[in-house]
Design a protein. Sequence first.
Length: 355
Amino acid sequence: MRKKSIITSSLFLIFSLVLLAGCGTQVSPTDPTQLQQTPPETSTRPMDATATPALPATPTPQAQIAAELILWAPETADPALVQTLTGQLSAYAQSAGLAFESHALLAAPQLGAQTRVVVSVAPAAELAALAGQVPTVQFLSVLVPGTVVGGNVHAFEASASTSDQRAFLAGYALALITPDYRVGVISQSGTAEGQLYRDGFVTGARFFCGLCRSKYGPVLYYPFTAEIGDPASAVEWQAAADSLLANAVSAVFVQPEVSSAELITYLAGKGVVLVGVDGQPGLDVPASWVGVLTAGGSADVVSAVEKLLNGEAPVSGASGVALGRINADLMSEGRQILFERIRQQMLDGQVKTLP
C-alpha cells in the first residue's frame, strides 16, 4: 500500500513537471517584453519591363518660307527701323515681282532654294550662326554693330540725311496725296536751315505736279510757304498757320526747328494732313500723319538688296532718309511704290532736291 502511494506520487510529479515545461514555452499576448515588430516587407518584384520612360517631344518640322526676300526682325529690334525697312522692302518686292515676308524668328530649315536674300536686324552673333548654316543665302545686316563681314554676310551702315532731302520728300509725298496739290510748308526765317527746308519742299512738290495749279476754286498755284522767326511766339506760329489756311492749304510740312505741340495741335484741329520728321516736337500729337521721315540712322537697303539679287557686292552705306509709319489710309500702296521710286532716284543723284 505504501509502495503504491509512492508510485502514484511520482507519476503525479512527473506529469506536473511536463505540464509546467509546456506552459513555459507559451508567450502571453499581453506581455510587452515578448512582442516583436515584423520588419516591413521589401518588394523584390522586378521593374515592369513594359514601362517606357517618357521621351522629349519631337519638335514640329518648320515649313520653308516661300519668299525670295525676307526681313529678319526680332521683337527686340528698333520698331521704327523695322517699320521703315518693311515699307522699303515691301514696295521694292512688289515692283520687282518678288515675294516678301517679315519674320521675328528664323531658323536654317526655313530657308530653302527659293530664299535669296535675308535683310537682318538681328544680333551679329545670331546672324553669323544662321548664315554659316545656309551658305546659298545672302545676308544683309542693317545697322547692327559687331557684324563680321565675309562670305555670304554683308553689313550696311547709313549716313545722316540732309535737310533739303527730307524737305524734298515731304513736298513730294504731300503733293502726291493731296487733292488739287494744296500743300504748304512752315520754315524758320533768317536761317540757312530754314531756306533749305523751304526750297527743298517747294522743289519736291513741283517735281510731282509741275505748275501745281489747282483745278477747282479757289484756283491758285501751289505750294505756299510761311515763316516763323521765333518758334516760342504763339502769335508768330498762329499767323504762319493762318496764312496757309487762308490759301486753302490742306497739307503742311513743318520744319522741326519751329515745330511745337501747340502748332501741331492747332493744325490738326483744322483738319490739316501732316508729314513729320523723326524727333520733331509735336510728333506725338494725334493728327492725320501721312508718315514720318527719318532724320538719319535708318538705312536705304533697296539698292543693296538689288545688287545682291544681281550677284553684285552691295555698297556699304547710303543716305538714311526714308518715310516710315506710313498711314495706308492716306497713302495708298500704289502711291507708296511711286514715292519709293522717286526716293531712290533722289538718293542715286538722279533728282535734284534744290532749284
